[in-house]
Ligand binder design. Structure first.
Ligand code: NCD
Ligand code: ZN
Ligand code: ZN
Length: 340
């Protein structure tokens, strides 16, 4: 009989949006309940571009999340990114990575980078101090089909960065395509990727199932089934290049259910349960701990967490609404739940 419990070293979330103010207070505890540490994305309005802003934001997160949770901060790269400020925040351990948003690619990316060469001085410095570059990998060229934006980004931008900065540590965030999985697999040890639950579970049909489904819409948008299968194979392969990053991205119900709905899926409340189901389906539960609790920490050069989290095989019904937000899997029944 299959085991009824699954115990792993306490996991981390290597990509999450916790927002600020009222929304932060609503969502922080969900991430803190599931994860020991999380890399918090800097796409606030205004974006987190200075060491002081990141330190203040970290305090607000600690207050909202409570004891026992460690937010790991990031710097939002703009065309004006200052290598000295980036290095200072890294040396003072305020932030551990910097995030590249191509201008206009996703939520709150208006201040992002308009041309990759503009941040070459910052990348040069990051390479020399061993600071990770996190990348939202999509081109914004309106001529490029929305479903091709990730694959084209590899050719137009990412390959060049990896070539020009051969020792720069890069995390290709929330990968959605076979091209991205292959690119990461074929690159050096300094290139890794995060994978979200939704990109392991849904393909693009989910966005149009019986009508337009705003809660299945995030960026990068879900792709064809063959891409979901490729991303699943990579995530469950046991390769240390792939690790957990939920990209939980809460938006108010009104902002999602709108004539121009925001991109982002709020998956924090049941993220581990969701991933565990995927690993079980792939007959890879023995690789779950590596993906959830080891590969990311090793890539970032951080210690592994002490303590364990146990999931038990037990049905859990995901509510239709939580804190006024619609969670991923709303109304569905999942097969694993966090014990205790
Ligand atoms: N993933 C999303 O669809 N949205 C994220 C931004 C991002 O990670 O691209 C958000 O901040 O809402
Ligand atoms: Zn993104
Ligand atoms: Zn994100």
């Amino acid at each position: 009989m299959a085991s009824q419990t699954l115990t792993i070293r306490r996991p981390d979330d290597w990509h999450v949006h916790l927002r600020d103010g009222e929304m932060l207070r609503r969502v922080a505890r969900y991430t803190a309940r599931q994860f020991c540490r999380a890399i918090v994305m800097p796409n606030l309005v205004p974006p987190v571009t200075s060491v002081d802003a990141a330190a203040a934001y970290r305090d607000r997160i600690r207050e909202a999340a409570g004891e026992g949770f460690e937010p790991l901060m990031t710097c939002y790269l703009t065309d004006e990114a200052d290598p000295a400020e980036i290095a200072r925040g890294f040396e003072e351990r305020i932030w551990i990575a910097a995030k590249l948003y191509p201008a206009g690619a996703t939520t709150n990316s208006a201040s992002g980078v308009t041309e990759i060469k503009r941040i070459y001085p910052a990348l040069e410095r990051m390479q020399s101090i061993g600071m990770v570059l996190c990348v939202h990998g999509e081109v914004t060229d309106p001529e490029i089909d929305v479903f091709d934006r990730e694959a084209v980004f590899i050719d137009r931008v990412l390959s060049g960065v990896v070539h020009d900065f051969p020792d720069l540590k890069v995390v290709f965030e929330h990968i959605t395509t076979s091209e991205a999985a292959q690119f990461v697999q074929g690159a050096g040890d300094n290139i890794a990727a995060t994978v979200t639950p939704q990109h392991l579970i849904i393909n693009r049909n989910a966005i149009f199932a019986g009508g337009l489904r705003p809660h299945a819409y995030c960026l990068p948008v879900a792709k064809r089934e063959k891409h979901r299968l490729a991303v699943r194979a990579a995530a469950t392969s046991g390769s240390p290049k792939f690790f957990l990053g939920t990209d939980s991205a809460p938006h108010s119900r009104e902002a999602k259910e709108s004539a121009c709905g925001c991109a982002g899926i709020f998956n924090a409340p049941f993220a581990l349960e969701s991933y565990a189901q995927v690993f079980e389906e792939e007959d890879a539960l023995d690789r779950f701990e590596g993906f959830a609790s080891e590969h990311g920490a090793r890539f970032y050069g951080l210690p592994l967490n002490a303590g364990t989290t146990t999931l038990e095989r037990n049905q859990v019904i995901v509510p239709d609404e939580m804190e006024g937000l619609v969670p991923f899997h709303a109304g569905e029944t999942l097969r694993w739940r966090i014990a205790g």
